[in-house]
Design a protein around this ligand. Structure first.
Ligand code: C2O
Ligand code: CU
Ligand code: CU
Length: 502
């Protein structure tokens, strides 16, 4: 399974768009049909098309109107994941766009060059909407990549790669998560890049920049190149990393971005592989193939020796410490309420979530609430109700309490730094925070690996981690910022909380 298919399609490159003369970018959300594999077509959704969307290139300092037209026939939101904007423009669950309406936030781009993205954030329904294909890319540029010696010919030596997975049942692409999918996150067995399975990218015989985004609902990608050549990672979520360098294996969690350089000057083709989801087996899956093409122009022939120092802050800046637990037991209970009917009685999904962890009194209280709401769910007999039915009244523990759209979990001082300690239980969770950037201080007591040492907004937590968070942007009470697990099924069952700045 780790080999390229003979009939592999070329890598699709998302169209590059820029604001028009009036600073306006038009994004139309609509439905369609999409074939991610020959003979396997499915209902889909996209931005300015039928699956995924464009790459939006925005100059730092620009003032831009992002006109999002909702032609989906259902409610949604559009969140600018990684853009530093005030919360009322952030597109979180409080910024609902009704069917037929256009939401036009005016944003000022004010951040370092970085690779970001956008996707819906409709509470309780994000996983399904994103899986249909509603996502696009954002590049913030300062126009200086040429001086830095970085490749900058979009679609030639600067390639965005959106990594996702799909599940096919009897020839149909199906998103119908069962109880176990809701508990562990929905994973497919077919890997797609920019919307197609196992594509081939023709690349120049020089240095190529890959902008990697894990746009999957739940799967982690653990990437490597088949001939052992390194990925030179130079940027992550928030821009340049503190110590760029070659890595042989790169883990990219849902929502996370990395930019790396790969040397194709030797002229040989190479496959991008990932470890299978169950990492322990060591099995590798084929993601895509790169084939050097002497006909393509070579602009960059050497990996730049130095890039800007991102200027990481010192932990002594922190004015307070908070701790959070990813409460898997609570999430499993929520999953039980949401799972298709008939799966509730078995309850087998919860077994693994109980095992002997001291949950602490705060979570036990949360647990009590959950049991209560679960019983309500049962008596109402609505276990098979659609996701959206849970949108209100569901509270969940990231902050020791169940999530509630109307409850502010954290107040942070605008412009301040805090240390947040995050703890998982049985599985790894990708933590993400809106309107703030962080530095990873420790993961299980150790400093982060060099490519995780820059500014980030997603970090895969497996055990205990400490983050130094900078609260950059203003959040008002009507539009709090979210922090949550970026496994979208977890986010939807409420592994999420919200903060405002004061
Ligand atoms: Cu990428 Cu709150 O999201
Ligand atoms: Cu986000
Ligand atoms: Cu999670």
């Amino acid at each position: 399974r780790a080999a390229a298919r003979a009939d592999a399609p070329p890598l699709p490159v998302p169209p590059l768009i820029e604001p028009d003369g009036n600073g306006v970018v038009k994004l139309r959300l609509g439905k369609g049909r999409h074939a991610f594999r020959v003979g396997s077509e499915a209902a889909s959704a996209g931005v300015n098309g039928s699956y995924l969307g464009p790459l939006l290139r925005l100059e730092n300092g620009a003032r831009v109107t992002l006109a999002v037209e909702n032609a989906l026939g259902e409610e949604t939101t559009m969140h600018w994941h990684g853009l530093f904007v005030p919360s009322r423009l952030d597109g979180g669950p409080h910024n609902i766009i009704k069917p037929g309406e256009t939401w036009s936030p005016e944003v000022t781009i004010d951040q370092p060059p970085s690779f970001n993205w956008f996707h819906p954030h409709m509470h309780g329904d994000t996983a399904r909407q994103a899986h249909m294909g509603l996502a696009g890319l954002i590049v913030v540029t300062d126009g200086k990549d040429g001086e830095r010696g970085l490749p900058q010919s979009y679609g030639i030596d600067d390639l965005p790669l959106v990594l996702q997975d799909r599940r096919v049942i009897e020839g149909e692409d199906v998103y119908a998560p069962d109880l176990m999918d809701l508990i562990h996150g929905f994973r497919g067995d077919i890997l797609i890049v920019n919307g197609v399975e196992g594509p081939v990218a023709a690349v120049p015989k020089g240095i190529v920049r890959l902008r990697l985004l894990n746009g999957a609902n739940a799967r982690n990608f653990h990437l490597r190149l088949s001939d052992g050549r390194p990925l030179h990672v130079f940027a992550s979520d928030g821009g340049f990393v503190a110590a760029p360098g070659p890595v042989s294996r790169l883990t990219v969690a849902p929502g996370e971005r990395y930019e790396c350089l790969v040397d194709f000057s030797g002229g040989s083709a190479v496959d991008l592989l990932t470890l299978a989801d169950d990492e322990e087996t060591g099995e590798e899956l084929h993601v895509m193939r790169f084939v050097p093409d002497a006909g393509l122009p070579v602009a960059v022939t050497a990996i730049p020796a130095r890039l800007e120092d991102p200027g990481m802050p010192d932990p002594s800046l922190s004015i307070r410490r908070r701790s959070f637990v990813f409460d898997e037991r609570l999430a499993a209970n929520m999953a039980l309420m949401k799972a298709p009917s008939g799966q509730m009685e078995s309850g087998h999904g919860m077994a693994g979530m109980h095992s002997g962890h001291d949950m602490g009194s705060m979570e036990m209280e949360g647990m009590h609430d959950m049991d209560h709401s679960m019983h309500q769910g049962r008596s109402a007999g609505d276990a098979g109700a659609p996701v959206a039915a849970l949108a209100s009244g569901v509270r969940m523990a990231m902050a020791g309490e169940p999530f509630d759209m109307n409850h502010i979990d954290v107040e942070a001082k605008l412009g301040s730094f805090e240390i947040w300690e995050l703890q998982t239980q049985e599985m790894a969770h990708p933590f993400h925070i809106h309107g703030a950037s962080f530095r990873i201080l420790t993961k299980n007591g150790e400093p982060p690996v060099p490519h995780e040492a820059g500014w980030k907004d997603v970090a895969l937590i497996n055990g205990r981690a400490e983050l130094l968070i900078r609260f950059d942007r203003e959040a008002d009470r009507d539009h709090p910022f979210m922090f949550h697990c970026h496994i979208l099924e977890h986010e939807d069952v409420g592994m999420m909380a919200q903060f405002v700045t004061v």
